[in-house]
Design a protein around this ligand. Structure first.
Ligand code: F6P
Length: 324
């Protein structure tokens, strides 16, 4: 294998740049020709592919976002789109791919590999941490630190005014961000899609609080089945029906996706990037390079996409214990 291209796809995550850098430099170190693809699979279809030198990835290890840009491609979901993408890669003689992203990215990469046989390895780049086959995903650590900083600030004002705050964090269908922020931010409760928390339980908790606590923070994962934080707050407020209680809601939103990656994310990104290139060189394909128990681990795209990575129930219990 002589020519490998790298792309970032789906929601960006802090540390993607560090991962691109590791992919490009490891490839060059091993004597390969490295290419970058702009705008993920869309760029592959449109031929936005360019040769990369080592200095092209200088001064990006510390930057959030992705300098290759990202997109959620609709065209790549079609046979015609993937055919165009294959033609673009063939024109340049590209024989291997590294796709940095989440489960949507790996789903696309898997179909493409099955149709055209271009060896592809993924790197887990998503703030959601919901990918099977790696203990952590690139961007998760930065996202929870960003969210925690915000939660700490909200706590100050919540305490000053004796208020009850519902804070919504990202994570699509996954409660990883909510759980870590809930624990680290000293939340009274967390609401996550994986474990049902009824509105009655929230009401019960808040009714029990005022004698001992003057303010409360409830962290809600955006995918919670009771609704978004604003909807949950309204329902709880109506049920409690106590004018002495002051309710507020904050949705942290895309602030969680930006910012300079933490040391942990830079380390993870660099290790996965290197593992992706070395995996391709050793003949691996159709899988993701992750880190499990501090060791590089390759997991088939099939498993990454279909297997659940369950939340640690001990941490949920811990949040309950620590919020008495
Ligand atoms: O997958 C990462 C993520 O930030 C999710 O947590 C969130 O649901 C989604 O992306 C938001 O996507 P977009 O930026 O396209 O609105």
């Amino acid at each position: 294998m002589k020519k490998i291209a790298v792309l970032t796809s789906g929601g960006d995550a802090p540390g993607m740049n560090a991962c691109i850098r590791a992919v490009v430099r490891t490839g060059i170190y091993h004597g390969l020709d490295m290419y970058g693809i702009r705008y993920g699979f869309d760029g592959m279809i449109n031929g936005e592919i360019f040769k990369m030198k080592s200095h092209d990835v200088s001064n990006i290890v510390q930057r959030g976002g992705t300098f290759l840009k990202s997109a959620r491609s609709h065209e790549f979901r079609t046979k015609e789109g993937r055919q165009k993408a294959f033609e673009q890669l063939s024109k340049l003689g590209i024989e291997g791919l590294v796709a940095i992203g989440g489960d949507g990215t790996f789903t696309g990469a898997k179909v493409f590999y099955e149709e055209y046989g271009i060896p592809t390895i993924g790197c887990p780049g998503t703030i959601d941490n919901d990918i099977y086959g790696t203990d952590y995903t690139i961007g998760f650590d930065t996202a929870i630190n960003t969210a925690l900083e915000a939660i700490d600030k909200i706590r100050d004002t919540a305490a000053a005014h004796d208020r009850i705050f519902f804070i919504e964090v990202m994570g699509r269908d996954s409660g990883y961000i909510a759980v870590e922020c809930g624990l680290g931010g000293g939340a009274e409760m967390v609401m996550v899609p994986e474990t049902k928390t009824t509105l009655a339980e929230v009401v019960e908790k808040l009714k029990g609080s005022p004698t001992t606590k003057t303010s409360s923070v409830i962290v809600v994962a955006e995918g919670d089945e009771e609704g978004n934080a604003a909807e949950i707050m309204e329902k709880v407020k109506t049920t409690i029906n106590d004018d002495s209680l002051d309710f507020k809601v904050t949705t942290l939103g895309h602030i969680q996706r930006g910012g300079s990656p933490t040391g942990k994310d830079r380390m993870l990104a660099s290790r996965c990037g290197m593992a992706a290139i070395e995996g391709l060189m050793s003949g691996k394909a159709n899988c993701m390079a992750g880190i499990i128990h501090d060791q590089v681990a390759y997991t088939s795209f099939e498993d990454c996409i279909t297997k659940d990575k369950p939340l640690n129930q001990d941490i949920l219990k811990l949040i309950e214990i620590l919020s008495i």
